[in-house]
Design a protein around this ligand. Structure first.
Ligand SMILES: Nc1ncnc2c1ncn2[C@@H]1O[C@H](COP(=O)(O)OP(=O)(O)O)[C@@H](O)[C@H]1O
Ligand SMILES: O=C(CO)[C@@H](O)[C@H](O)COP(=O)(O)O
Length: 497
């Protein structure tokens, strides 16, 4: 049997999947790495931690799957988006990577808006948001000029891992779209944006399709991972593009909900023609010449893991959430807004922070846990609402990410989104999407769609329950007021953080 490997470089951990030609996951391995929050709003990781964790997880896959190294034909990647990795002339990172959920760059975002005006949206199809890569570059240039002077290339997280495995520098369109340096519709680095900020084109790596082959493994990487040097390496894509591929979101009318560290609602776009005026992100898909529109909740799964870490550090998610289905929708009048690190959609605001509203003497920890899950889902519901308001019809949503492991949460999504929610048999959307890019790249299938027919296996369907839909509609109207009513207070609190 032949295999491919899909690597999902997440924020909390890297997950590696060994997948056979039938799309069956033969083995899985995961390794976590630390996140550094040196100041409020900052979020960094060490790029070399990703490489070590990836090599270790591949080695475990190969060993636990008891496969012959020569049976693994290809490997590809899904990566957390937007993170800035600056490399010096020797190919080493000049500082820690600054991640997608780091919001230190408000000043640089305003500078980008002032400099580019309307051109920003027409070229990059996205507004200046703190999480994107260009503002991070400008921040490093302004505040750490000694590091920036050393930088000759920039990469995104999974591109750095792939570079260390192959020695080749590349970036795929789906990830490049999240840098604010790409002409998204034209599929090329924007000379206009680069020139406007005095950035040399040589900083940008060559662009490739997600299923494009970029090389084979370096001898050292082959030795450490246990794979053969002839293993073909394919570019891969942004985690949300790969999550979409791994969930079969490859044609018009299909929508994805992903609750990982972040949360996203993503809707397929067959071409570049839709214009959301920057209200949602608009990026290149990992499928050639396709696109997607996407709303992002910065602290989705992160809100629940913050809650667990703070109030139930010694329990598993399943223990923490046991009994959460017995609490009625609305958590006894307790609402939560998941703005622990600021927000992106629909409120691009780095100063806003989370709230519990309606705390009552009768509330127990389980009500708070339910309120956190509901607040995250309401936030994602805002993106569903925005896409519907722009004319999208959203009746069926494939749900992935760590959050999709809990059936109560899947039913809650169906009730809050008022749509049928479908889970996957193997809850590994982005990793499976990466494996599919390798399988398609290896020539196992004529198209990603043909690969999806074989690889993507849907599991349970959750239908919206009318009574809960009605309750959540009423609560959503109250939830939506919390942002405007707490914004001023949070701005005043910035000085105390
Ligand atoms: N058993 C579970 N039930 C509900 N939520 C879970 C469970 N396990 C993990 N999660 C949620 O999923 C998140 C991690 O999702 P994952 O897709 O692995 O993230 P990432 O790819 O960003 O590293 C956690 O922050 C947590 O909120
Ligand atoms: O910033 C975004 C999308 O724009 C995030 O979705 C990141 O891509 C991180 O993803 P996860 O670690 O939550 O999967």
């Amino acid at each position: 049997m032949s295999y491919v490997i899909g690597i999902d470089l997440g924020t909390s951990a890297v997950k590696a999947l060994l997948v056979d030609k039938n799309g069956t996951v033969a083995a899985e391995a995961t390794r976590s790495y630390p996140l550094f929050h040196e100041r409020s709003g900052w979020s960094e990781q060490r790029a070399d931690d990703w490489v070590e964790a990836t090599l270790e997880s591949i080695r475990e896959l190969v060993t636990s799957g008891s496969v012959d190294a020569s049976a693994v034909e290809g490997i590809s990647f899904s990566g957390q988006m937007h993170g800035l990795v600056l490399l010096d002339v020797g190919g080493s990172p000049v500082r820690n990577a600054i991640l997608w959920n780091d919001t230190r760059t408000t000043e640089q975002c305003r500078e980008i808006e002032r400099t580019l005006g309307d051109k920003l949206l027409s070229i990059t199809r996205n507004p200046a948001l703190e999480g994107f890569t260009l503002p991070k570059m400008l921040w490093v240039r302004q505040y750490e000029p000694q590091s920036f002077e050393k930088a000759v290339t920039f990469l995104l997280p999974k591109d750095y891992v792939r570079y260390r495995l192959t020695g080749e520098l590349h970036m795929d369109y789906s990830d490049a779209a999240g840098t604010l340096l790409l002409d998204v519709a034209g599929k090329k680095w924007s000379e206009e944006v680069l020139a406007a900020f005095g950035l040399p084109a040589s900083l940008c790596p060559p662009l490739v399709e997600s299923h494009g082959m970029v090389g084979t493994l370096l001898p050292e990487a082959a030795k450490r991972s246990g794979l053969s040097e002839s293993t073909k390496v394919f570019a891969g894509g942004a985690d949300n593009a790969c999550g979409a591929i791994g969930s079969g979101i490859l044609s018009e009318g299909l929508t994805l909900c992903s609750i990982g560290t972040s949360g996203v609602i993503l809707s397929y776009e067959k071409d570049e023609s839709s214009d959301y005026k920057g209200k949602v992100h608009f990026f290149n898909h990992g499928k050639e010449n396709a696109f997607y529109a996407m709303g992002v909740t910065l602290a989705a799964g992160y809100s629940l893991s913050w809650f667990k870490k703070t109030f139930a550090p010694n329990e598993s998610f399943d223990q923490l959430l046991s009994g959460v289905g017995d609490v009625k929708p609305g958590a006894g009048g307790l609402l939560f807004t998941p703005y622990l690190v600021g927000e992106r959609t629909p409120h691009a605001d780095s100063a806003i922070r989370a709230s519990f509203i309606g705390v009552d003497g009768s509330h127990e920890r389980i009500h708070f846990a339910r309120a956190v899950m509901e607040g995250i889902t309401f936030s994602l519901g805002e993106s569903v609402h925005m896409l519907r308001s722009a004319g999208k019809s959203i009746d069926k949503i494939v749900s992935i990410g760590g959050g999709a492991q809990n059936p109560v949460w899947l039913q809650m999504q169906a009730d809050i989104f008022d749509a049928t929610v479908v889970s996957l048999e193997n809850e590994q959307g982005p990793g499976l999407g990466a494996a599919m890019l390798a399988a398609y790249g290896c020539g196992w299938f004529d198209s990603l769609e043909a690969c999806a027919k074989q690889f993507v296996k849907y599991a349970d369907e959750y239908k919206p329950q009318p009574e809960a839909v009605k309750t959540y509609k009423d609560l959503f109207a109250i939830y939506q007021q919390i942002y405007t009513q707490t914004r001023g207070m949070n701005e005043a609190l910035v000085a105390f953080r």
